[in-house]
Design a protein around this ligand. Structure first.
Ligand code: NAI
Length: 269
């Protein structure tokens, strides 16, 4: 049986993934702000250091996989925090855990992006560049300034929508660029991303009530299947990416979104 670290394990997709992996008999090291094996704020350098050290201590320096799922949504008021949590959280943690993944011999990493990276028309190219350059402080400042400059009606609905979509866009691009470097690929460590669409988790339901209040056909982006996703729908693919048998897939971004991206961009491949 394998040992996996799962961030965001206290809720939603992370909780569903941790539960599925545990039920399959694997050892799961959960990381979250609360109700987890390791309590750490992945939005800060100190929190990432703490999480990395604790994970390495618990797995003895040999880790079979990481599912970097922790994240926040576009309605978090602090756009700078969105960038730190959604982009730098998974990136910095995975960089720290790479030696332990390599030691496994069949290391697997999967991150959770979002289909908003391709379906939300508010990508800030400058922010994406700063994120990919590893300039966290500059990226934070840019995200905050851009959020403050947005029209009041957009800010009222989703104050960090541009930072959210841009941080997920940068994360997917980081996965594609990084997965094929010799440090990852030639050590047999595979790195992939899942881009979920609307999934019924506390993040999506947030302040707006329970699942019954949401109509897929009234959602702002198309929902061709006529249903929202469940956390288990994402956990299923998390499990597949973490399997040792998934040995020829790296640098992939898999849309698990009920067809939203295909409906909006049918000719993009
Ligand atoms: P959720 O809110 O149910 O779970 C997210 C978990 O991440 C929570 O347990 C939370 O405490 C943890 N977390 C947040 N900030 C953290 C921090 N600074 N340090 C450590 N842990 C932190 O949300 P959900 O929906 O399960 O989200 C999982 C991932 O999926 C996130 O990255 C989110 O951005 C992404 N996503 C969600 C979509 C949705 O419709 N629910 C759509 C597309 C992407």
């Amino acid at each position: 049986m394998a040992t996996f670290a799962v961030t965001g394990s206290a809720s939603g997709m992370g909780a569903a993934s941790a539960a599925a992996l545990s039920a399959a008999g694997h050892t799961v090291i959960g990381v979250d702000l609360r109700a987890a094996d390791i309590l750490a704020d992945l939005g800060t350098a100190e929190g990432r250091d703490l999480a990395a050290e604790e994970i390495l201590a618990r797995c003895g320096g040999r880790l079979d996989g990481v599912a970097a799922i922790a994240g926040v949504g576009p309605d978090l008021p602090d756009a700078a925090a969105v960038v730190s949590i959604n982009h730098f959280g998974p990136v910095r943690l995975l960089e720290r855990l790479l030696p332990a993944l390599a030691a496994s011999g069949a290391g697997r990493a999967v991150v959770i992006g979002s289909n908003s990276a391709s379906t939300v028309p508010l990508i800030d190219d400058g922010l994406v560049e700063l994120a990919l350059a590893g300039e966290e402080q500059a990226a934070r400042e840019r995200a905050r300034a851009a959020a403050e400059a947005m029209p009041a009606e957009v800010r009222a609905m989703a104050p960090s929508i541009s930072a959210y979509a841009s941080s997920k866009f940068a994360l997917a691009r980081w996965v594609r660029r990084t997965a094929v470097t010799p440090e990852w690929a030639r050590q047999g460590v595979l790195l992939n991303a899942i881009a979920p669409g609307a999934v019924l988790t506390p993040l999506m339901l947030g302040s707006t009530g329970d699942a019954a209040d949401h109509d897929p056909d009234a959602f702002p982006t198309p929902m061709p299947l006529g249903v929202f996703g469940r956390p288990e729908d994402i956990a299923f693919w998390v499990q597949q990416f973490l399997r040792p048998e998934a040995r020829f897939t790296t640098g992939a971004v898999l849309y698990v979104d009920g067809g939203t991206d295909a409906a909006m961009r049918p000719d993009a491949q």
